[in-house]
Design a binder for this molecule. Sequence first.
Ligand code: SF4
Length: 768
Amino acid sequence: MTDTTGRYVFDEDDVVVTHEKSYAAGIPAVLVSLRRGMEQMGPVRTARTLWRLNQREGFDCPGCAWPETPGHRKHAEFCENGAKAVAEEATTRTVGPEFFAAHSVSDLLGRTEFWLGQQGRLTHPMVLLPGASYYEPIGWDAAFALIAGELRGLASPHEAVFYTSGRTSNEAAFVYQLMIRAFGTNNLPDCSNMCHESSGSALVETIGIGKGSVSVPDLENADLILIAGQNPGTNHPRMLSTLEKAKANGARVIAINPLPEAGLLRFKDPQKMHGVLGNGVQIADEFLQIRLGGDQALFQGLGRLLLEAEDRNPGTVLDREFIDTHTAGFEACAAHLRRVDLDTVVEATGLTLDQIRATADALIASRKTIICWAMGLTQHTHGVATIQDAVNLLLLQGMIGKPGAGVCPVRGHSNVQGDRTMGIWEKMPESFLAALDSEFGIVSPREHGLDAVDSIRAMRDGTASVFVGMGGNFVSATPDTETTEAALRGCALTVQVSTKLNRSHLVTGRTGLILPSLGRTDRDVQSGRKQQVSVEDSMSMVHLSRGSLTPAGAHLRSEVAIVCGIAQALFGPDHSVPWAEFTADYDRIRDSIARVIPGFEDFNRKVRRPDGFGLPHPPRDERRFETATGKANFTVNDLSWLPVPEGKLMLQTMRSHDQYNTTIYGLDDRYRGVKGGRRVLFISAQDLESLGYAAGDRVDLVSEWTRPDGTVQERRADDFRLVPYPTPVGNVAAYYPETNPLVPLEHVAAKSNTPVSKAVLIRLERRP
Ligand code: SF4
């Protein structure tokens, strides 16, 4: 429906609740994919665009980082949420100067992320001048000069922070970090700080590299796959096809999650007869409905049971040869695990001892085990320790560096892993910085920079005053919304390089800039030549992406061109880095990457192979561990879990099925049976009764954060409907960004500084 100005409007408070689904995908997925395409692109563009999605000569899906199927590509090599991601980006709707002339910033601040995103692609560089209420057009050169002037005016380069969203291509990420380091800071927060940072911290310490060690064929040939704290049906949907193959090959799947997510239970592949006419395939053989934050206790309990089974039948459970040859710290870890109290494990997990013993038996029976995980493990205070205890389990049985076995953190954004590989990290190793300096004749700073949480603190405290965002939606992706928004408003300048309108464009510094960039689906022509970019998926495979659509407007520029434009304005024409050449030919960027980053040698030739190429992974490839001990490290971790005080609830923030990170595709969380609105709280029938509420009641959510000094800080998110749902008693769930205001900035995971978005203690307040 459109309003009088022809803008799209939605009734976002017409919540309808039906039953949750027991299967993922199916024909509805096809229908929704086509409908969204038609709504945003029309029939021809929809067909042309989906035809090239994830194809060899096509473009990489801007959704998640699930890999392409090696070898043969299906015609429809995408899922429902991939089709939605493409429809969002390739929409024919546009947002240009006339839109901003019709809508003041304060008007737009009153709109939801869904409404903002549905308005279309940004087409012109826009500036919000100090004291102004409306954005106005600005020329590219003037925009670059404004940014360069502000940066050069800083007392220190460390007063600027440069954020990256995981959709940024390898080439753009590489020149971006290069510009930032040439400018003199390592302040490179990225979206990974909010999601898999705990995985990186845990894996670097234990196996020497922060990346998963398995491939798609490994998953298809595993004996046992544990899926913990992950909802593949919505967040990595094509993983279900891989799990279907694994099951056909005899694998057992055990799903560990507080919520019985449809994609963990059953998959109806709409490209298969049994997925259209039949009942599809059962995914999880066992569904363990664990309590929030109970995964570490489970992994430690399983470790104890494996050791006891080994004691009963020596040589039948542990891989002694692997432990003795390739690991360090076994004895201390084993001693710790033997002391784990199984009653505590039962209480912390909410599982029965039988369920825990059955899972241990499955591990013992397996010769090839993979553990997959996502935010349900990483966004906890003890996230790093939980993942290290999962690694302990795999090390006990030698499940690293063996086909069909290993660690599998399933990445979110399509190139979040690639960006990190390209240097988007506030604490890159000396080897990388030295290689960068010798390639470009610059002196990179050695002082570690700021991650996302520390960047918010710095802007809040006034020690940072320029924010540059390469894609993404920082305001809605980060915790403690009130604090984050105030921090950004305290800046002198905020710059957003974006494809679509979102709330971060409306929460600006004294001056705000919006720079419209090409998207993954767009044709990128530089100096008369079509350019191609590359991405790295969740399994370290690097491949090309070639956009083909006519851009939404003549004023859009590629991310590479925007970065190089800012750099040339900042450093002047005689800088040692060939910014203009980089813009004209991305092969030049790849040649430099080949000389700076191990594994990218001969990059331009290797990346042009049909499926691209795989990056080295020493633990997977050679059982070589570049850790402090030179071995795979067992770790001893104090057990943490989340008892819920009487009358309170533990909240996890999550995505709906109609959302990708902060991009809201629609208001239809089909799998959970909720549509028409997003301000809902999923709560168990027992908690509704014990707290004296009924289904549909409207409440405010109040989080209670106990500071280290013992004082309690409260935060509010108002007007949510209560939706009865099969969650563990005491555990509730709701969508972000609506519940990000409840997440305290100071509540972060140990070691990784990741916001704790899966364990927010709240109480309910009835609304009049
Ligand atoms: S699984 Fe992920 S990458 Fe693949 S099509 Fe779906 S959203 Fe895109």
